[in-house]
Structure formats: structure tokens, C-alpha cells
Design a protein around this ligand. Structure first.
Ligand SMILES: Nc1ncnc2c1ncn2[C@@H]1O[C@H](COP(=O)(O)OP(=O)(O)O)[C@@H](O)[C@H]1O
Ligand SMILES: [Mg+2]
Length: 266
């Protein structure tokens, strides 16, 4: 059975896609078989991992995998240990299809199950193939996010050290609780990851401390700082990146902390 981990917060620019990509890369590096699932129509995780425009994956994405309940036909292999269910612009039509049964190609594909549990049903079919399934979510509490939460065992709550992210956290934790009531999984919070930290700013330092006081058991000790090589992963990806080691360095301790929490709770 795969362990499924989702990155989430209903706010953009918090490092969700970057962290999902890095986590998929590190797990694959360590010999685990990984499926990365992109649930954001922006397709950032898709582009980060494949180094191709997300439009390359039109008609070959997570949307079709869900509509036809057939993941295997839409999974693409990227490198030895990483497979991808890609996303592109058309994923924005997912809610309309879910509630009307009409796809963006005007095909009628009715779905009568629980609208929050479709992705879970789909991923069940490939559960034995992967050690880890890593999911990226959009910056909103949408059907895509709800499906990802309901298909997961662990959520990494992304916290960019700022006021608006601080106020997003309690709402997001409520959403996680609501998803946990619906899903057959035992959805656990793996932790809150402080990201995009600007070490020169006192307000960022204060927001780091505030979240640690509010959720002392949940914050990961590692804080991810703003660093150019980490930002440039979006440009160079993981394959032929001359500064990969620098880009990943600060993620190694987070990765260890996450693995400890995930493996401890079985
Ligand atoms: N630690 C970091 N240092 C510098 N830039 C980063 C870092 N993490 C992410 N970025 C960049 O910041 C932007 C937002 O990150 P992203 O992972 O896309 O966040 P989200 O998915 O939450 O919107 C992207 O351009 C990304 O390349
Ligand atoms: Mg993103």
C-alpha cells in the first residue's frame, strides 16, 4: 500500500509545488517508487518535474484519469522511479464536469459517487504500484483540494511566514478535519512547514515564532528560507541542474523530519 502525502494551504506562493516536486525527487532518489499527482490547473508541479509545458499533457492528465476512472492510461513515466499524473488548464473544468457530467470536450461522462472521494477511488487502483503518492494542490479550497485531502494519509501544511498565511492556517486545518470525517483514510497532519522565510525581515521571524507557539507539536523544526537556487528549480528542474545540491540542501532536514513522522505513525 502506498503512503500518500499532500501539500496544502488555500493560498498561493507558499512553496507547495516546489516542496511537492522536491519531495518526489528525494523519495525517488532514495529508491522509492513515487507517483506525483498535480491537482493544480496551473500545472506547476507538472512543469517542474517534466520540464515540459503543461499544455503537452492536454488529454493526458489527471482530469482524464478521474473522468474515466483509469489512472494507468494517463500516468506518464518521467524517470526510473517517478511517474506523473499531470495537470493543465483544463483541470479548471473539473468541478463543472463533476456536477453536470459534461466534460470540456462536451462528452457526457456522468459520475454518481461522492464528489470528494473520486480521486481516492482512482488512486486505489494503483495503490500497490507505488511506495509514495505525492500530491500538489491549488491555492484555493476547491474540489481538487478536497479530493486530494480525501485521498491522502498525511498533509503537509505549507506556511509562508506572513500575516495572510497566518490567518489561512486555522481555516485550512478546519478543512482537513472536514475531509477526515468524509474519507475512509485516517488523514493526519504530518506538520506545518515554514517556507519562503526571508531571514532579513523581522516580521517574518515574528510570524515563524507565532505559528510555533500556536502549534508547537505540529511545526517542523526545519524552516525553509528564500534562496535563489531553490527558486530556480522552476527553471532548471532536477535533471540537468548545475546547482541542484544547493537547491535541495535546505530540504534534506525537512525530508528527514517528515519521514520520521510518516514512518513512526505507520
Ligand atoms: N525556498 C525558496 N526560495 C526562493 N524561491 C522559492 C522558494 N520556494 C519556492 N520559490 C519560488 O516561489 C514561487 C512560489 O513557489 P511555489 O512552489 O510555486 O508555491 P505555491 O505552489 O504554494 O504557489 C515560485 O516561483 C518558486 O519557484
Ligand atoms: Mg503551486
Amino acid at each position: 500500500m502506498s503512503k500518500r502525502i499532500v501539500m496544502g494551504i488555500q493560498k498561493g506562493g507558499c512553496g507547495k509545488s516546489t516542496t511537492a516536486g522536491v519531495l518526489a525527487h528525494l523519495l525517488a532518489r532514495d529508491g522509492y517508487k513515487v507517483l506525483a499527482v498535480d491537482l493544480d490547473s496551473q500545472g506547476n508541479l507538472t512543469e517542474l518535474l517534466s520540464q515540459q509545458p503543461s499544455n503537452e499533457f492536454v488529454e493526458h492528465s489527471v482530469l482524464e484519469a478521474m473522468q474515466y476512472k483509469d489512472p494507468e492510461s494517463y500516468i506518464v513515466n518521467l524517470s526510473g522511479n517517478i511517474d506523473l499524473l499531470a495537470a493543465n488548464n483544463f483541470l479548471a473544468t473539473f468541478p463543472r464536469w463533476l456536477y453536470t457530467g459534461v466534460s470540456y470536450t462536451d462528452e457526457k461522462i456522468p459520475y454518481r459517487g461522492n464528489p470528494s472521494l473520486l480521486l481516492n477511488e482512482v488512486l486505489k487502483q494503483v495503490d500497490e504500484t507505488y511506495d509514495y503518492i505525492v500530491m500538489d494542490t491549488p491555492p484555493s479550497l476547491s474540489e481538487q483540494t478536497t479530493n486530494a485531502l480525501c485521498a491522502s494519509d498525511y498533509v503537509v501544511v505549507m506556511y509562508e511566514c506572513s500575516n495572510w498565511c497566518y490567518s489561512a492556517i486555522p481555516n485550512f486545518l478546519d478543512s482537513v478535519e472536514a475531509a477526515d470525517r468524509v474519507t475512509p483514510h485516517d488523514l493526519k497532519i504530518a506538520g506545518i512547514l515554514r517556507t519562503m522565510n526571508d531571514v532579513r525581515r523581522n516580521d517574518a521571524k515574528a510570524f515563524n515564532e507565532m505559528i510555533a507557539e500556536d502549534y508547537p507539536d505540529l511545526v517542523f523544526p526545519t524552516i525553509i528560507t528564500r534562496r535563489a537556487p531553490t527558486g530556480r528549480l522552476a527553471l532548471y528542474g532536477f535533471e540537468e541542474n548545475p546547482e541542484l545540491k544547493n537547491a535541495l540542501e535546505q530540504y534534506e532536514s525537512f525530508y528527514e523530519e517528515l519521514m520520521q513522522r510518516v514512518q513512526q505513525s505507520g
